[in-house]
Design a protein around this ligand. Structure first.
Ligand SMILES: [Zn+2]
Length: 492
C-alpha cells in the first residue's frame, strides 16, 4: 500500500514537472510580434490652424442619423463645405455621389496593376439626448474651439476621420504627390443606422465596377491605455473582425388569459419574464478563439512576467480567463455572444390579464456563430411551447464579419504606420464589439481593418456617443499625420 502511494506521488511530481516545463518553454518562446520601426518626424503642414477650423465647421452641420429620416440640408451643407475647402481634392480627384449623400473619390495611381486601397469614414452622427443638453459644456453642434479641444457631436465619431483623410490627401496633392496605386476614399452617410443606404450602396457600386481592394481601412478600434493588468504601454487595437447583430422577438402567447381577480398559474407576462430570466442566467458559451486569441498573442509577449506566462499558456489558463473576462461587461462582450433585452410590450389595462406579451432581445454575435445558431440556442434555452421566437422584422441582421488576416500587406502597413506615428505604442489585432461600415466592404476586399488613429483616455472614451464629445486638437493633427503617412506607406 505504502509503495502504491509513493508511486502515485512520484507520478504526480513527474506530471507537475512536465506541466511546469511546458509553461516555461511556452513563456520563453512567446516572442514579440511588434516590428522595429523608427518614429518619423511629424510633417510640418503649415496649415494647422486651418485644419482645426475646418473640423470645427464640419461639426456645425447636424448630420444626424435617425431611422427613416434624413436632414438633407445638413448633408448638403457639409458636402458644400468639403467641396469649397478641399479645392485640390475637388479639382483633381474623380468624385461620385452615391445614393444622394454618400461620397466616393478616386485618386488614380501610376501603376494600374497594383490593386487599389480604400480609406473610409462616415459623415453622419448619433442624435443628442435632449434631456442631457444642459450638461454639454459647449452646444453639441457648435464645434467650439476651447481649452485645447474641438467640442461637439462627431468630433470623435467620425467626422474627424473623414476630414482627417481629406486633409492628408489635400496636403499630398499640394506636394504634387502621385500615388503608386489607386486610392479610393468613401464616406457613407448612415453608418449609425446600419449603413445600408450609404456604405452598402457604395460597396455595390464598387462591385459593379469590378473594383477589388488590397485592403480597406475604416474607423473602429482605438489606441487605449490600461487595456489589461500587467501591460504598461498603450495598445493600438486594429479591428480585424466585428461581431454580428440580430434582434429576436420573444412572444408569450396564451389562448385564454384568465381573469385578473383569479389569475391562473401561468400568465403571458410571467412566462415571458421566465424566458428572459433563463436567457440572462444561461450566458452563451465563452470562447477565446479567433481575433481575441490573436489579440493576446500580440499583447502577451509585452506584458510583465506572471501575465506573460498566463497568455503564453492559454491551453492551461483558458478556463480561468473565461471566468475573469466574464466578470466585466466590456470584456465579457469580447468572449461571447451577448444577450440584451431591450423592449417589452404587454397589456392595455392594469386589471386585465393580456393573452400576449412580447420582448425584443438584442444579440451581438461572436465570429464562429451565426444568426441561425443563436436562434436555435435561444429556442433550446427558452424551451417553452407558449413562447414563439422570431426575428424582429424591423431590425437589420448582420452575420459576424469575416476575420481579416494579420499576415497581409494591409495589416502590415497599418502596423508600420502606427509605430512610426505613435512611438511606444503596441499594435494588436482585435475584435470590434460594435458595428461599423466595414462589414459592407467585405465583398470588395479580403482585408478590412477597423482602426481610428487616436489615443483616448478611458474617461474620453465615454464621450463617444455621449455627452461632451470632444477631440484634442493635437491628437487630431496627429491623426492627419497618420493618414498622410499611411497613404505614402501604402504606395511603397
Ligand atoms: Zn462611427
Amino acid at each position: 500500500m505504502r509503495k502504491l502511494i509513493r508511486r502515485i506521488v512520484q507520478l504526480f511530481i513527474v506530471a507537475l514537472l512536465i506541466i511546469i516545463g511546458i509553461v516555461v518553454i511556452k513563456t520563453i518562446t512567446f516572442t514579440s510580434k511588434q516590428v522595429e520601426v523608427a518614429p518619423i518626424v511629424p510633417k510640418n503642414f503649415k496649415q494647422e490652424a486651418k485644419m482645426i477650423e475646418r473640423l470645427s465647421r464640419a461639426i456645425q452641420y447636424p448630420t444626424i442619423s435617425l431611422p427613416n429620416a434624413i436632414d438633407t440640408a445638413a448633408f448638403t451643407g457639409l458636402a458644400a463645405l468639403m467641396k469649397s475647402e478641399f479645392t485640390l481634392v475637388d479639382s483633381l480627384l474623380d468624385f461620385q455621389a452615391v445614393n444622394g449623400f454618400s461620397h466616393v473619390y478616386k485618386w488614380a495611381g501610376k501603376n494600374a496593376r497594383l490593386s487599389p486601397v480604400l480609406l473610409t469614414a462616415h459623415l453622419d452622427v448619433v442624435p443628442v439626448d435632449e434631456s442631457s443638453i444642459d450638461e454639454w459644456q459647449h452646444p453639441p453642434f457648435s464645434g467650439a474651439d476651447s481649452s485645447g479641444f474641438i467640442w461637439g457631436r462627431g468630433t470623435l465619431d467620425d467626422k474627424l476621420a473623414a476630414f482627417g483623410i481629406l486633409e492628408a490627401v489635400e496636403q499630398l496633392l499640394k506636394e504634387q504627390y502621385i500615388p503608386e496605386r489607386t486610392i479610393y476614399i468613401a464616406f457613407g452617410h448612415d453608418e449609425e443606422v446600419s449603413g445600408i443606404n450609404g456604405a452598402q450602396k457604395i460597396a455595390d457600386y464598387f462591385e459593379e465596377q469590378g473594383i477589388f481592394f488590397e485592403f480597406v481601412m475604416d474607423e473602429g478600434m482605438l489606441i487605449v491605455e490600461d487595456a489589461l493588468d500587467g501591460l504598461s504601454q498603450p495598445v493600438a487595437i486594429v479591428g480585424v473582425a466585428e461581431k454580428g447583430y440580430a434582434t429576436l422577438t420573444l412572444t408569450a402567447q396564451l389562448k385564454d388569459a384568465g381573469h385578473s381577480s383569479m389569475p391562473p398559474s401561468e400568465t403571458a407576462v410571467g412566462l415571458l419574464g421566465k424566458a428572459i430570466y433563463r436567457l440572462e442566467t444561461n450566458p452563451f458559451p465563452p470562447s477565446i478563439e479567433g481575433p481575441l486569441a490573436q489579440f493576446f498573442n500580440y499583447v502577451g509577449p509585452e506584458m510583465s512576467l506572471p501575465y506573460k506566462a498566463v497568455f503564453a499558456n492559454l491551453w492551461l489558463t483558458e478556463k480561468v480567463l473565461h471566468e475573469q473576462l466574464g466578470k466585466k461587461a466590456s470584456t465579457n462582450a469580447s468572449i461571447r455572444t451577448t444577450v440584451a433585452p431591450t423592449m417589452l410590450r404587454a397589456g392595455f389595462k392594469e386589471n386585465v390579464l393580456p393573452t400576449r406579451a412580447s420582448a425584443k432581445v438584442n444579440f451581438r454575435i461572436l465570429p464562429g456563430e451565426t444568426v441561425e445558431s443563436v436562434k436555435a440556442h435561444v429556442r433550446e434555452l427558452v424551451d417553452d411551447e407558449h413562447i414563439i421566437v422570431s426575428v424582429s422584422p424591423e431590425a437589420h441582421l448582420f452575420e459576424p464579419s469575416e476575420v481579416s488576416a494579420t499576415e497581409a500587406f494591409g495589416f502590415e502597413v497599418i502596423q508600420h504606420t502606427i509605430h512610426e506615428v505613435f512611438p511606444g505604442v503596441i499594435v494588436a489585432p482585435g475584435l470590434m464589439i460594435g458595428g461599423t461600415d466595414g462589414k459592407h466592404y467585405q465583398k470588395v476586399s479580403n482585408n478590412v481593418y477597423r482602426f481610428l488613429p487616436m489615443q483616448l483616455t478611458n474617461e474620453d472614451l465615454k464621450r463617444l456617443h455621449g455627452i461632451n464629445e470632444r477631440v484634442d486638437k493635437e491628437a487630431y493633427l496627429q491623426l492627419i499625420q497618420f493618414y498622410y503617412r499611411l497613404l505614402e506607406n501604402s504606395c511603397k
